[in-house]
Design a protein around this ligand. Sequence first.
Ligand SMILES: Cc1cc2nc3c(=O)[nH]c(=O)nc-3n(C[C@H](O)[C@H](O)[C@H](O)COP(=O)(O)OP(=O)(O)OC[C@H]3O[C@@H](n4cnc5c(N)ncnc54)[C@H](O)[C@@H]3O)c2cc1C
Length: 483
Amino acid sequence: MKTNYDVIIIGSGIVGSLIARYLSRYELSVLVVEKQADVGMCPSSANSAIIHAGYDPKPGSVKAAMNAEGNKIWHTLAPELGIMHKKTGSCVAALGEEELPVLNELLENGKANKIPGLEIISGKDFIKKEPLINPLVSGVLWAPTAMVIDPFGAVLAAAENAVTNGVEYLFETEFTGFIFNDNTITGIHTNKGDFSCRWAINAAGLYSDEVAHKAGIRKGFKIIPRKGGYLVFDAAKFQINNVLFPVPSGLGKGTLVSVTTHGNILIGPDNEPASGKEDTSTTASGMAAIISGAKKLIPTIDERNAIAMYEGIRAKGNGDRDFIIERPDEINAFINICGIESPGFASAPAIALKAVELMKEGGENFKDKKSWNPVRKPFPHFHRMNMEEKAALVKQNPAYGRIVCRCEEVTEGEIIDAIHSPIPARTYDGIKRRTWLGTGRCQGAFDYPRVIQILARELGIDETEVTKKGKGSELAFRRTKWL
Ligand SMILES: Cc1cc2nc3c(=O)[nH]c(=O)nc-3n(C[C@H](O)[C@H](O)[C@H](O)COP(=O)(O)OP(=O)(O)OC[C@H]3O[C@@H](n4cnc5c(N)ncnc54)[C@H](O)[C@@H]3O)c2cc1C
């Protein structure tokens, strides 16, 4: 196994994967170490999925600059990497005359952040665009440059593009400490052994405080995890036309009601303390808060049409809560990225480019790779094809004619594609996130046994070794009639 790299990136969330993608254009050996079994497990795949326009962060902050720049980049990056996205714009809806002044404050904030196209629309006009909105709506801040994205699809696309351009990924590989030569980082310790490098990059998200402490810096910085839960609605039962935010409260942007790239409506998040960085448990009180928050915007929401719920974990930093993106003076060969809470997803391309710029300023002499291909083609999605395209695909490979997930119309061919892709899906959740199988009304009830069989066959393992999301989450513990 190769153990010597130019650059090691710790973490394969959206930030780490985009850094890998941008570095893959240069003549460098790059390794990404990820402790989970797949890219972008959480929070990069459990969030509101909005590429925020950038009117919200405090003017002059790193967050404001990264959000404005990141939003711009996503508009060309998403099509380049074949990522599902919808250019929806977003709306902040004021209810009653008393909330109207907040829209003006956000508009002024947005102007200071140089966000294009912001305008306030009257409540009367907005009801024509969104008939289900609370009739108390008095005005709306319209941000045309916001969009919704498939968050896991975005992380995967960046990582796949990095891999096809030569970056290596190691999964279930946990960073445990740095190797130093005086004040220069020369490598890392992991549960799979030591690796040496000329640069190390902290993109560990929720754990970025602990990684920074192991580098001996930012001792006072701490991430306080907070839960953000969501409910997903049956697409056939509930539809709206927009991304709707309430006016923000002291706790954040509030509970939104939003369209998604896959056609479902999403409501959330709540804002509850987490017992730890892995606490993704849903609670009745959290879900009740989400439903009552969402009903303020769309009073007719019927929670009986919800088909799934999940929690994301916010990487809320202490102090001024601004993003930290730095090449610390105290240590050589280290880029430290900490406290990337919302709008971290929208900001990620700008954060990744900033990391590359910091390496340049630190003396790295980048040489372009002639073979670099910035374009990544997405997998074929049977569900979204017309009848002629479907017939052609089945003719080419009969596995596309075998439907495994009935609700979302996902075929065996797509599952096999996902297992043999540049970042191979090796778990049930890996298949689910890549193909959208198991996300419909039955939530996987019919497809589990078939997916377990296909994974076992394609990976050459026993069915009892197939997991939901990595070691410890095996789906079957013995065969029936074994004894
Ligand atoms: C509820 C919620 C809603 C949000 N909504 C939005 C939104 O609508 N728009 C927006 O712009 N932002 C949003 N965000 C914020 C956004 O999701 C995050 O800012 C972004 O995903 C952070 O990405 P990251 O790569 O920095 O971190 P992460 O996604 O946390 O990735 C870090 C990776 O590092 C790995 N790792 C950690 N420690 C180690 C180790 N020791 N060894 C190896 N690997 C390690 C982790 O397993 C993980 O895969 C939201 C966040 C939450 C929680």
